[in-house]
Design a protein around this ligand. Structure first.
Ligand code: SF4
Length: 226
């Protein structure tokens, strides 16, 4: 499935991995922790979400059956650091109920479901958007689904590959139509994008320090030319 952009996207990934090293995502002990973390990370920094995950763990609540049966008042105080904690209480409890009822609280059972069907089922849950669901599919279930976030949009729009306002689906297709569906690659590629955006391609980019500014391809980064 090689396309004119395949080698270019792989060269970008290689340059990032050489600079930052493999990122070994997702930072969690269990698949369920990854799922909960993906929901708690909505619209908040990972630092805040991670604190909420730690609070759940310390309270012995990082358990799908316990979360599914819990009162909202038992969950919300623990996840205050994730902000929007009342909304997120409903979301993680609803997710836990579905995870227990439909997938026996077993990540292998969930991962065995055909990818498109599983994605549609999770997208039907209130408050779970494409980025959250794709994060669960990739990092908890090992599905070859590319996760798009604001950092992806920032970096690849600066490259001029897509406009900054490109839709989630269009941005995702940039990767899925030009790369073989490889869960390992997609896992670390997204992690590298996050690392680049946090350290170098920030709101004000530090282009002179960017490991991908010299990648040869059909387009060169606008930031590197500046
Ligand atoms: S060269 Fe500059 S604008 Fe382009 S990806 Fe690197 S830091 Fe971002």
């Amino acid at each position: 499935m090689a396309t004119p952009l395949t080698a270019y996207l792989l060269d970008i990934y290689t340059a990032l991995r050489d600079a930052f090293g493999h990122q070994h995502w997702w930072p969690a002990e269990t698949a369920f922790e990854t799922m909960v973390g993906a929901i708690l990370a909505q619209n908040v920094s990972w630092t805040n979400a991670a604190q909420a995950v730690r609070n759940l763990d310390a309270a012995g609540m990082l358990d799908p059956c316990l979360l599914a049966a819990a009162e909202a008042g038992d969950i919300a105080p623990l996840i205050v650091p994730s902000r929007f904690y009342n909304q997120k209480t409903k979301r993680i409890r609803e997710f836990a109920r579905v995870y227990v009822a439909e997938y026996r609280a077993d990540p292998a059972v969930m991962a065995a479901v055909e990818t498109h069907a599983l994605r549609e089922r999770l997208l039907a849950l209130r408050g779970l958007g494409k980025e959250t669901v794709d994060t669960i599919l990739l990092y908890a279930c090992g599905k070859p689904v590319f996760v798009v976030d604001a950092y992806t949009r920032r970096i690849f729009s600066r490259y001029g590959l897509l406009p900054e306002g490109a839709s989630y689906d269009r941005m995702q297709c940039l990767f899925t139509e030009n790369l073989v569906p490889d869960g390992e690659l997609f896992n670390d590629y997204h992690a590298q994008i996050v690392c680049l955006a946090k350290t170098v391609c920030r709101k004000t980019p530090l282009c002179s320090r960017c490991p991908i500014r010299v990648v040869r391809g059909p387009l060169r980064c606008a930031g590197a030319r500046a």
